[in-house]
Write a protein that binds this ligand. Structure first.
Ligand code: DAH
Length: 343
């Protein structure tokens, strides 16, 4: 019996439970119905009366020791479990949560759309995979226009006389809008466009445009100029100036290219504005009567203006980013610098 008592003491001293279940197993093994100490107590009644006093004392001491060991380990394990749930230091300030931010192109696109929304334009979208009619023919492109060449446009299917292709500009959404809406029409059309171009700091085969279209009775070139001036002042600041240069697009007559004064050098001349003090930001013009006719709008009654701008171009000017490719690489070190609102 004395040996069993000694062994139990040793077992208690060396006990290193990992879980509460280990502690419970020990308790049952010693104090349970068939536990080793319970059995010693049962055997106690048959012990020699001379030994009883000392043995009884030892058994009681041992019982207390078991209880104390069990309690101590239970408490310790409960405390570590609580700590694991709540973290090491409950007073530590919370770390920054990275929620991500909008892509710079999305930020600028939103800004452009918001400005035109304030002027009463609504937003229209169209498909990226288009047909020749909406991208070229309805927009008065001649059958032999170079944009219809494989070198400029990604064709998907050229089997029919209305080939399927990736749209090269969002002007196609003008056509879709005119086909389904009656004037007055006032829309801005954002979206991705695709061109078969070599990728460089200034050009990419995928980019974004915002197209604008305003059709009503008696819309004039003065309306076009004033709308663009308002847009530019909202986008680049109240002191921004614009300059219109005569140009050519098949779908507008007259056509113009719109320049804004260079905010990088302030007009003194730099490599971005090629020392002219001006930067081209969009094409624009009065919608050609042929385009109105092609979409079922009477050019005798209605007139309109249209414009189209590259979102990357506007973003480059806004943030003075000199390489367009940065917008497509999605390097978070670049993207994190544009805090234009959370997702
Ligand atoms: N679609 C032209 C382009 O991609 C941009 C453009 C120019 C759109 C003049 C227009 C416009 O609506 O009137 O280069």
């Amino acid at each position: 019996m004395w040996d069993t008592i000694d062994n139990l003491k040793k077992q208690l001293d060396n006990f290193q439970p990992q879980t509460v279940a280990d502690v419970e197993a020990l308790r049952v093994g010693i104090l349970g119905k068939k536990g080793s100490l319970t059995r010693l107590f049962e055997a106690f009644k048959d012990v020699d009366p001379a030994e009883k006093k000392e043995l009884g004392k030892q058994l009681n001491l041992l019982k207390n020791k078991v209880q104390e060991t069990v309690d101590r380990h239970r408490e310790r394990l409960a405390a570590t479990a609580a700590q694991n749930i709540s973290g090491d230091d409950l007073t530590k300030p919370a770390g920054l949560i990275h929620t991500g931010s909008r892509h710079p192109i999305a930020i600028v696109q939103r800004e452009i759309l918001d400005i035109f929304r304030k002027m009463g334009f609504s937003v229209e979208e169209g498909p990226e995979i288009e047909d020749d009619w909406h991208v070229f023919s309805a927009l008065n492109f001649a059958p032999d226009h170079p944009a219809r060449d494989m070198q400029d446009t990604f064709f998907i299917n050229t089997d029919s006389d209305n080939p399927v292709l990736l749209r090269t500009h969002t002007s196609s959404v003008q056509v879709r809008t005119m086909e389904k809406q009656k004037p007055p029409i006032r829309v801005v059309c954002p979206g991705r466009v695709f061109r078969n171009e070599a990728i460089s700091a200034r050009a990419h085969c995928i980019f974004h445009q915002v197209e604008g279209l305003y059709i009503d009775e008696k819309v004039s070139f003065a309306d076009l100029k004033q709308s663009i001036l308002l847009f530019v002042r909202e986008m680049f600041g109240a002191s921004a100036k614009i300059r219109l240069r005569p140009s050519y697009f098949p779908f507008t007559e007259p056509s113009a290219e719109v320049d804004v004064n260079c905010n990088i050098c302030g007009g003194a001349g730099c490599n971005i504005c090629k020392n002219t003090g001006w930067l081209e930001i969009m094409g624009a013009g009065m919608v050609d009567p042929n385009v109105l006719k092609a979409s079922g709008i009477d050019p005798e009654k209605f007139s309109g203006f249209a414009f189209g701008m590259g979102v990357e171009r506007i973003a480059m000017l806004k943030w003075q980013v000199r390489d367009l490719r940065l917008y497509f690489e999605n390097d978070v070190r670049f993207l994190e610098q544009f805090q234009g609102g959370l997702l």
